[in-house]
Design a binder for this molecule. Structure first.
Ligand code: 6GU
Length: 231
């Protein structure tokens, strides 16, 4: 999968060199490019923002650098190919495990990281005339910009690409894969600071263990995420 990220803070994406995502890049499973939006700002101060028409607080990202950055991106692709453009923002549709599954099947994703009060609306319109565009939010809270959201989304998406995670079975029983939260897990020692591992897990009775784990998932989901049980 090809991934491009356009940002005014390329260093924010440095963690994508680490851990499983870094290894997937080195293994050639992910072809990730981070671009500095300021390379498309041509005044002396490399300005990417300006005051909002109509007044109001804060600054708005100017359309011209974004237009140029997206032109370059589309020009980079093979003839006729365009990325699916993801614009992270608190005003987007919710990012869920299903979103990650859907996006993990795409050949080319590009992420446009906004800062300040947002990006000039015409950038969304112009992009949408040329490529699929999705505005996606991590949840109901406000971050300062899209970069941290991209880290989260790329990690959630990339780990679903075949070969990125060594043990594919570990993808199956996870929280949100089937609508329930995960069961609690334990490892050695069997007693730690006077706390025992649940006896059933030491019983060797795999049927009973599976049943206990399922019950734990139901209880935990009811306690922490009752909204997941209603549907
Ligand atoms: Cl995707 N971006 C920003 N800036 N804030 C957010 C978010 C995204 N998701 C939740 N809050």
């Amino acid at each position: 999968m090809r991934l491009d990220v356009i940002t005014i803070f390329p260093d924010y994406l440095a963690p994508l060199d680490l851990s499983l995502i870094g290894k997937a890049r080195r293994d050639g499973l992910i072809d990730l490019h981070v671009h500095d939006l300021r390379e498309h700002a041509h005044d002396r101060h490399r300005t990417v923002d300006d005051t909002p028409y109509g007044g109001g607080a804060g600054m708005v990202m100017k359309p011209e650098p974004w237009g140029e950055a997206l032109d370059e991106l589309v020009g980079n692709g093979a003839e006729g190919q365009v990325p699916h453009l993801i614009i992270p923002g608190p005003g987007g549709i919710p990012f869920t495990q299903q979103t990650a599954r859907d996006l993990a099947t795409e050949p080319w994703l590009a992420f446009a990281c906004g800062r300040y009060e947002g990006i000039d609306e015409r950038v969304y319109e112009e992009a949408a005339a040329r490529m699929p565009v999705s505005v996606i939010s991590l949840g109901d809270y406000v971050l300062n910009g899209g970069e941290v959201a991209v880290l989260a989304m790329v990690e959630a998406i990339a780990r679903l690409i075949p070969g990125v995670i060594g043990n594919e079975q570990s993808l199956v029983e996870e929280s949100h894969e089937d609508g329930l939260l995960e069961y609690p897990v334990y490892t050695k020692p069997a007693t730690w600071r006077g706390r025992e591992v649940p006896e059933i897990l030491l019983s060797g009775n795999h049927g009973a263990i599976a049943e206990w784990r399922h019950e734990q998932r139901l209880q935990r989901t009811a306690a922490r995420r009752p909204d997941l049980l209603s549907d």
